[in-house]
Design a protein around this ligand. Structure first.
Ligand code: PEP
Ligand code: MG
Length: 575
């Protein structure tokens, strides 16, 4: 019988294949008493299991396929870190000893305790690391039962596409996907910012998370359609539906092939206006995809990802190497490196997490200014790297004059310290600011007078304008880039920056939404930076756009307040 399940699509496209259910061990252990004389052996059994898992993870790490996204290694390191932490590797031993219980029970008790602590955490990013703890505990549980940690599916047979259906998948499991060429994978658990979702996007295969009961409802080998764009799976489809999706899949494939051919085509509108299309990256390993997509620069390097998933801070040399690598690989194309935007949903310590409202608290430049030493370390690393290409520095969340002035003073301090050491750097390096707070957008002169360029972070700008927490899915339906206030403010930013003759880009998600490309261009934007996967689509839209034709519609949109009318005008703009 055919049925559909809805989840959160985290990577677009259509896959059709046979379901392959991935077995998983739930954290449900039986409890039994261990006679006192066997406790030492029970502890040894637990230690052997931890050792086995350590070996498994080491092995997975050593087979990370060349070209795999850099996050893979970081995820495995995180799992090794969790495994090696005393709370998971030592405390269960003590429980076995004091309670004379079996190793599985001790592990479950300790994991439950840890998970309760995670549940109390409000921060989304950290809360989602709860999944990592479960995945590591499951591996140890499997090792205790004598099962291998990862049972590879049947060797990939190219004639038959496999759709992996799992309750949950660890990034360490996902790392092996490349070798098995799955068509897609879907999971019951996971949020849009979970590690599995992040990896899925990098793999570029259709993927859906948060399906809740797929693992229970789908049977091995059943035909399954995955529509990653819509976030829906269709199990055991009837012949007409299957034929329809086969057609859509072919069309999607052809479209992608066609788009690939645009890689070296300049992004120029029909009326001859050049548009800059840059890529957003999180780690140096993302550069290859950016180049492949035809990006003519990196518009946003979110450096805070270098600070996450690790117990310590990256040193100046480590940061320098990361920035240098990106600059060298981009071979002279401009690279905009953002100073770390930690705090809010990306935290490295308790400071922001304990704040009453982290998104309005010590975040980004505010946090940097409270830790000038850490900030200067990053600035020095950036400046040192600036000799290896065309680099710009971008500062997030600027809001008032004093912040900008302090940040610029710290840049000067970093430069002076390099001068004292005789280290060379690009003396004319440009410093830009992100427009993410409505106050900064309205009083744009504060920024235009002090900075060399601007980049609009629409993700935050919209969150702060509409008072809609971007990480809270209960208010996600209120998050509206087409809200009249958003359009008015964007138009104001582009016009004001134009008058001040200061370059302005958009690097928030709006830039990668092809349905908004024409609107942004018509409002005056000429520089967009987005995830590499979106770039070919956006370029194609640019190539088919005539600015004189769309300007009048956008002008009308700026005056409209009715959401239905706005939508229909947008449709007209995109027709
Ligand atoms: C933004 O806010 O739009 C942006 C690009 O920054 P981030 O998504 O990293 O907050
Ligand atoms: Mg932002």
């Amino acid at each position: 019988m055919s049925f559909t399940i809805h989840g959160i699509g985290v990577s677009g496209g259509i896959a059709i294949g046979h379901a392959h259910l991935v077995s998983h061990t739930k954290l449900e252990a039986a409890h039994y008493d261990i006679p006192a004389e066997q406790v030492t052996e029970e502890i040894a059994r637990f230690e052997r299991a931890v050792h086995t898992v350590r070996n498994e993870l080491d092995q997975v790490r050593s087979v990370v396929p060349a070209g795999a996204p850099a996050e893979f290694a970081a995820f495995i390191d995180l799992h090794l870190m969790i495994l090696n932490d005393a709370t998971l590797s030592i405390t269960p031993r003590k429980i076995i000893e004091t309670e004379n219980c079996n190793a599985e029970w001790a592990l479950q008790v300790q994991t439950d305790e840890l998970l309760q602590q995670f549940d109390a955490i409000e921060d989304t990013y950290l809360r989602e690391r709860r999944t990592d703890v479960i995945q590591v505990a499951q591996r140890v549980m499997k090792a205790l039962s004598g099962q291998p940690g990862y049972v590879p599916p049947p060797a990939s047979d190219s004639g038959r596409n496999l759709v992996l259906v799992a309750h949950d998948l660890s990034p360490a499991d996902v790392v092996l996907f490349k070798q098995h060429q799955f068509a897609s994978f879907v999971t019951d658990l996971g949020g849009a910012t979970s590690h599995t979702a992040i990896v899925a996007r990098s793999l570029n295969i259709p993927c859906i998370v948060a399906l809740h009961h797929a693992r229970q409802l789908v049977r091995e080998n059943e035909i399954i359609i995955v529509d990653g764009t819509q976030g829906v799976i269709i199990v055991d489809p009837d012949p007409q539906v299957l034929a329809e999706y086969q057609l859509r899949q072919r069309e999607f494939g052809l479209e992608r092939q066609k788009l690939k051919r645009l890689r070296d085509t300049p992004a120029r509108t029909l009326d001859g206006t050049d548009i800059e299309l840059h890529a957003n990256i999180e780690l140096p390993g993302d550069v290859a995809l950016a180049i492949d997509s035809g990006a003519t620069g990196i518009g946003l390097f979110r450096t805070e990802f270098l600070f996450l998933n690790r117990p310590d801070l990256p040193t100046e040399d480590e940061q320098f190497e990361a920035y240098r690598m990106v600059l060298e690989e981009m071979q002279g194309y401009p690279v905009t490196i953002r100073t770390y935007d930690l705090g809010a949903d990306k935290q490295i310590d308790d400071t922001a997490r304990l704040a009453p409202n982290p998104a309005l608290g010590l975040r980004a430049i505010r946090l940097c200014l409270t830790e000038p030493k850490r900030f200067v370390t990053q600035l020095r690393a950036m400046l040192r790297a600036s000799s290896y290409g065309s680099m710009k520095i971008l500062i997030p969340m600027l809001m008032n004059a004093s912040e900008i002035d302090q940040a610029l003073q710290l840049v000067e301090q970093a430069k002076r310290s390099l001068d004292d050491e005789g280290v060379t750097y690009d003396r004319d390096v440009q410093i830009g600011g992100m427009v993410e707070i409505p106050a900064a957008a309205l009083a744009l002169g504060l920024l235009t007078k002090r900075l060399d360029f601007l980049s609009v972070g629409t993700n935050d700008l919209i969150q702060y304008m509409l008072a809609v927490d971007r990480t809270d899915d209960t208010v996600a339906h209120l998050y509206d880039p087409l809200h009249p206030a958003v359009l008015t403010l964007l138009s104001h930013i582009f016009t004001t920056a134009g008058k001040a003759q200061i370059p302005v880009a958009v690097c928030g998600e709006m830039a990668g939404d092809v349905t908004l490309t024409r609107l942004l261009l018509a409002l005056g934007l000429r520089r967009l930076s987005m995830h590499s996967a979106h770039l070919p689509d956006v370029k194609q839209r640019v190539l088919k756009t005539s600015l004189p034709d769309i300007r009048p519609i956008a002008k009308k949109m700026l005056k409209a307040t009715d959401p239905v009318k706005l939508r229909s005008m947008l449709d007209k703009l995109n027709a």
